[in-house]
Unconditional design. Sequence first.
Length: 612
Amino acid sequence: MGRISVKPAAKADGRIGEFAAALSRRAEAMPPGICPVGVVLGQLQVSLAQTCGKCTPCAQGMPKMAKILQDVAQFKADEAALRELRAAADLLRETGDCAVGWQAADMVLAGLEAFPEEFASHLEAGQCAAGTRQTVPCTTLCPAHVNVPAYIALAAEGDCAGAVKMIRKDNPFPTACAMICEHPCEERCRRTMVDAPVNIRGLKKYIVDTVPANTVPVPRPLPATGKRVAVVGAGPSGLTCAYFLGLMGHEVTVFEQRQQLGGMMRYGIPAYRFPRQRLDEDLQAICSLPNLEVRTNSPIDGDGLKRLAGEYDATYVAIGAQGGKMLTLPGSDAAGVMSAVDLLEAIGDGNYPNFTGKNVVVIGGGNVAMDCARTSVRAGAQSVTVAYRRRLEDMTSLPAEVEAAIAEGVEMMCLQAPERIEVDAAGAACALLCQPQRIGAVKRGRPVPEAADKPLLRIPADIALVAVGQAIESAPFEEAGLEADRTYFCADEFLQAPGFSNVYVGGDCQWGPRTVIMAIGAGKAAAANIDEALGFCHQLDCGAQVPPARSNNRTPYGRVQVAERPARERRGDFECVEIPVSHEEAMQECGRCLRCDVYGIGALTGKERGAW
């Protein structure tokens, strides 16, 4: 066999890994608004560095493609060049020897398909498409466009009350988003290029833990306009719209069918994640507006909507998605089978279940499924199992929620598709039978599971909680003339309902179940559009100013995480699982912010500094 050298790899090879890791972090921090042509070119240039040049299509085709893309990026190409690019990419994809070549070609072709308007603008207009301009990543990716660098800077200066005011400029639920937001603002944080994204949600939690939102007065409403607006639904979208319209000087009346406010924040999120007293801090602040009236136990049907449209100058429908979907499985009507949404709704009014000694199975893999699983643990269940038809890494739930559930004793049974519910002689559920799956080809970003050649798996189940989605109760409103597509209300780009001159719809009832911050963003947009439709263009002052930027601290640090109580302790109660962030931790995390609103992108506009 001959001698085998055990000499370590060349030093350059070892260090290439460090450069690759830095390149990966840079890709993760790809800023919003960047030119897609430049992105495609950059990816191809990385492929050029990786190719061995052995096969002719790769050795000749890749440099040719890079040259054409460079000309396109610099507005020097024409349609003939683009056809040549496509032909070269087709040839390389079909004849390249290895993944480096054909994947690079596939990426170029995918870019041509994904960004036709951008390529056309480069060729025909000699410029990037409209709207192509780098922006502050965290502010842009927040659905409510909260000025994140501003409130972090205020917290760093010790002005947590000012930070609450700055958050409220765009989002009247600072506490809710501090506790439960899925923090899309962190996805492209430029700090990733140095070490890791700033823990924006953690800093927001520090702010509202230090200065509760209900202790910070809301701004005084602008002079009365004489206009009256009705809002149907007191969830995050409806109350956000009502809050901003009230600040603009309009008289607002909110109609809520339940006995308490908050929508799915109260009736869909367990108290261990979002304590009700913390929700009430935001609600008390919003309801302190003198021109905002809330009427609970006031359901609105089709006739009611017609009445509101006639009596009020504008109406915003934000009823959310509060109905639970069920699976059409044999045995799904047995005792012990229930919708996850129904369970969480009962808890919202303080009616906690008692699952002592029961075997509980949760069907689904989203955040609602994790909420139900962790709630079942706290309700005394003997065992809690999550049955999910895809892989663990395909779950739509936040990874942190999955990890927390596992730490609390929840068993994840992945690649198991529910087949039927076994029923005992008394007509009650006793087991869930699942068809094992094998993972297949990727479609729409996730591998599709397929039935595996394996026997059915039996999971004991006295209680089966179905967490496979939420439904929109649209029928009464459709009778009143609101258009719906698969029960989701139709609206134009300004959230106006077709067929109505003064009715708007938004939030989960318009696009399906999403997140709290997305509902807040919809409510903010609806308020601005209603205000303009009523003949105004109000500018709101939040009462806080953005502090001057300090010099960047570019020393790599570890990201401060929000700690949780030990699993063995928290699994036995419904108290908040998270531990407050310390002042020392918060100041370190504030110092990691690179102030992208000032450095690199340029000073924010006056609108972003404090006015709205």
